[in-house]
Design a binder for this molecule. Structure first.
Ligand code: S3P
Length: 445
């Protein structure tokens, strides 16, 4: 399929209310844990994006019965912990880092052989961060150099439960070890220095696993449980994805005169760093109608266009907003002064090197940016912004961030490709158009 460039033009005020699709992290985990439960799980509000559909395909290939009914609900009949079947063909994860890394965790403690493949972006990303602990649990792996895809794993006959201190702040690594531990006899423990998204732990508890999380005064978390337990099926509701909501929220703040409400957004505190950061920048952002749904805090996020000012975003904030830095960099481009984002080296190993991709795209559109290995500083526009085409490097969040930039810029902004948006946010352009955004196919005339 050929790339599909799109141009975003300066917009009049954005106005309206929308509901973004289901949370991607929760959706992947819902399909996986339902696969390991014995019996019938239903999932409402599952994100029907390419990434999540790749995980649904993988779970089917591993023996689960996964169907969608006309009412939009998904139904999974699981095989039980220890019951995964050997897939007949390679598991294709497309662009999905979460899909492949968490599934490798599942495979590592099942005595089956499986091959994982992905697209060009996923095949460049490091898998060693999950393979290291999974090897120590007994899995054997043959991977391309640098522990990259494609790879073939033979899961352990009897997995070794481990205590693992995360060397990188990553919920994917934490989750891979926890999922592998489900079929290991004995206690699996994961220790993380600062809290990353905790959907795996919460959902495991929901599926009936006795799991313990202890947090000390410095925020260090220790998560442990005893494996070979049985998971009970449940009825799940997936809340709106805060990482998708972020695009409409930032657009509402930087396009003058806007008033935007995003309803039913997941407000788990391990995911709301962007909202705290925008508040510190002076954003008019309010959480309304806060409530609990399916064991998670959710609410409606209401923003009105605001005069933002540059701040320093500390490294401790990074895990709770790791996917939101690209769109924060766009907000920073319209703020007064410099916004410094520290401790964000992980951005270099996402779907693209997001530090580099944001710096290149912003500079091309007239914004001053400085970067180091683990930091970026963006100075709000001092001249005209916009007017250039941005390479997206197969990264959905780079594409959506620059489409948001075009709405508030002085000249249109073009992204070279929008195909990847469907990996996380199907319907993105239509939703933004419903608020008043104007996009045109191809390059600016
Ligand atoms: C995710 C964790 C994050 C995030 C990704 C989703 C998850 O990755 O960037 O989009 O669902 O666990 P890391 O855990 O590698 O930081």
């Amino acid at each position: 399929m050929a790339p599909t460039p799109l141009t975003s033009s300066p917009a009049a005020a954005l106005n309206g209310r929308l509901r973004v699709p289901g949370d991607k992290s929760v959706s992947h985990r819902a399909l996986m844990l339902a696969t390991l439960a014995v019996g019938h799980t239903t999932i409402e509000g599952l994100l029907e994006s390419e990434d999540v559909m790749a995980t649904a395909g993988a779970m089917r290939a591993l023996g689960a019965h996964v169907v969608r009914t006309d009412d939009g609900r998904w139904h999974v009949d699981g095989v039980g912990v220890g019951g995964l079947l050997e897939p007949e063909t390679a598991l294709d994860f497309g662009n999905a880092g979460t899909g492949v890394r968490l599934t490798l965790g599942l495979l590592a403690s099942h005595p089956i052989v499986a091959t994982a493949i992905g697209d060009a972006s996923l095949s460049r990303r490091p898998m060693g961060r999950v393979l290291d602990p999974l090897r120590s649990m007994g899995a054997t792996v043959l991977a391309r150099s640098g522990d990259r895809l494609p790879l073939t794993m033979r899961g352990a006959e009897t997995a070794v439960p481990i205590t693992y201190e995360l060397p990188v702040p990553s919920a994917q690594v934490k989750s891979a070890v926890l999922l592998a531990g489900l079929n290991a006899p004995g206690t699996t423990t994961v220790i993380e220095a600062s809290p990353s998204r905790d959907h795996t732990e919460r959902m495991l508890a929901g599926f009936g696993l006795p799991i313990k999380t202890e947090t000390d005064a410095s925020g260090r978390r220790q998560i442990s449980f005893t494996g070979r337990a049985e998971l009970e099926p449940m009825d799940l509701v997936v809340p709106g994805d805060p990482s998708s909501a972020a695009f409409a929220i930032v657009a509402g703040l930087i396009v003058p005169g806007s008033d935007v409400m995003v309803s039913d957004v997941l407000l788990n505190p391990t995911r709301t760093g962007l909202f705290d950061t925008l508040s510190e920048m002076g954003a008019d952002i309010a959480i309304e109608n806060e409530r609990i749904s399916g064991g998670e805090r959710i609410g409606d996020v209401h923003v009105r266009a605001s005069r933002l000012k540059g701040i320093t975003v500390p490294p401790s904030r990074a895990p709770s907003m790791i996917d939101e830095y690209p769109v924060l960099a766009v907000a920073a481009a319209f703020a007064e002064g410099t916004t410094r984002m520290e401790g964000v080296g992980e951005l270099r190993v996402k779907e693209a090197d997001r530090l580099e991709a944001m710096a290149t795209g912003l500079r091309a559109n007239g914004i001053a940016v400085e970067t180091g290995d683990t930091w970026m500083a963006v100075t709000g526009r001092t001249g005209l912004a916009g007017g250039a085409t941005v390479p997206t490097h197969l990264d959905h969040r780079i594409a959506m961030s620059f489409l948001v930039m075009g709405l508030a810029a002085d000249e249109p902004v073009t992204v070279d490709d929008t195909r990847m948006i469907a990996t996380s946010f199907p319907g993105f352009t239509a939703m933004m158009e419903s608020l008043g955004a104007a996009f045109t196919a191809g390059e600016a005339a």
